[in-house]
Design a protein around this ligand. Structure first.
Ligand SMILES: C[S@@+](CC[C@H](N)C(=O)[O-])C[C@H]1O[C@@H](n2cnc3c(N)ncnc32)[C@H](O)[C@@H]1O
Length: 252
C-alpha cells in the first residue's frame, strides 16, 4: 500500500498507544503469553496486513470473546486502523508494526487459532512470487504458530494470485474448503475490508477460501533431484470431529 508520509504520525500513534504492542525485542517477551492480554478470550486470531483496518475493527466488534492481533508493516496505514478501533472502544484488539515473516519470533507454536489474509499484495511476475503472503514459504511460517485444525481465511480480488494460492495451500499441508470465486454473488457476505469494498463496487468478483492446518507427522522431505514423480505423503486432521486421513499429492 503506497501512502503519503503523515507528519503527525507519532502523536496520533501515541493517542492510541494502549492498543500498540512493542515488538522491537525478538523473540518477543509476549511470545507464548498473548492470552494474558485477555484471559477470558476463547480464541486468538491474527490479521496480516490489516491496512486501514475496517475489517479488523468490525470483526473485533462482532466477536468480543476473541482476542485479535493485527500485523501491519506500514505505520501510516496502521494508525488509521488503530484510530478506528479506539473510536469503537474495542478492548479485544491490539496492533503491531511488524512483518508477517517474523511471526515465529512473535508467537509460540500452537498459540494462534486463525489467521486472516485479506487482499495481500499480489507481487505479479515470477521473480517476486516468494513475497506473496500465500507463498508456501509463508504458509510454512504460519504452520509454526497455528494449532492443528487452525485456519487461514484468505480473500483477494486478484484472480491469478488466487488460482496460484490454491496450489500453495496443499503444499504446506493445509486442507482447502469454502473455495469460491464470487463471494458476494448472492449479496454481501461477511465483513468487508477497505480494499474489498472498493473492488466490489467496481464489479470485480471477490475470491475466498479457507485453509485448515492438517497434522503432519514428519517435516516435508527435501526434493529428490533424481525423481520426477510427485511425492505422496499421508496427512490427517487432528481435530476429533474432522474428516478421516487422506492423501495429498505434492508436486515436489
Ligand atoms: C493491499 S493492502 C490491503 C489492506 C487490507 N487488508 C484491506 O484489505 O483493505 C496490503 C497490506 O498488507 C501490508 N503488508 C504487505 N506485506 C506485509 C508483510 N509482510 N507484513 C505485514 N504487512 C504487510 C501492506 O503494508 C498493506 O497495508
Amino acid at each position: 500500500m503506497r501512502m503519503r508520509k503523515k507528519p503527525n504520525l507519532l502523536p496520533r500513534m501515541e493517542r492510541c498507544g494502549h492498543l500498540l504492542i512493542d515488538t522491537s525485542e525478538k523473540p518477543s517477551p509476549r511470545r507464548g503469553h498473548w492470552r494474558e492480554l485477555m484471559p477470558e478470550a476463547t480464541a486468538l486470531h491474527l490479521e496480516l496486513g490489516c491496512g486501514k483496518g475496517r475489517f479488523t475493527a468490525e470483526t473485533a466488534a462482532q466477536n468480543p470473546d476473541v482476542l485479535f492481533i493485527a500485523v501491519e508493516r506500514v505505520p501510516d496505514a496502521m494508525v488509521i486502523a488503530m484510530e478506528r478501533a479506539n473510536e469503537l472502544g474495542l478492548k479485544n484488539v491490539y496492533f503491531m508494526d511488524d512483518d508477517a515473516a517474523r511471526l515465529p519470533l512473535l508467537f509460540a507454536p500452537d498459540e494462534v487459532d486463525r489467521i486472516y489474509i485479506n487482499f495481500c499484495d499480489p507481487w505479479p511476475g515470477n521473480r517476486h512470487s516468494k513475497r506473496r503472503l500465500t507463498a508456501v514459504g509463508f504458509l510454512e511460517l504460519y504452520r509454526q504458530v497455528l494449532r492443528d485444525g487452525g485456519q487461514i481465511h484468505f480473500k483477494t480480488d486478484n484472480h491469478d494470485l488466487y488460482e496460484w494460492s490454491l496450489f500453495q495451500f496443499p503444499k504446506a499441508a493445509f486442507e482447502l474448503s469454502e473455495v469460491t470465486r464470487n463471494l458476494h454473488e448472492k449479496g454481501i457476505c461477511g465483513v468487508m475490508t477497505d480494499y474489498e469494498e472498493k473492488f466490489h463496487n467496481l464489479g470485480t468478483p471477490i475470491n475466498r477460501c479457507v485453509g485448515t492446518k492438517l497434522f503432519r507427522a514428519a517435516p516435508p522431505p527435501a526434493p529428490c533431484p533424481l525423481s520426477h514423480s510427485p511425492a505422496v505423503r499421508r496427512y490427517s486432521v487432528a481435530a476429533p470431529s474432522a474428516s478421516p486421513a487422506f492423501d495429498v499429492r505434492l508436486g515436489l
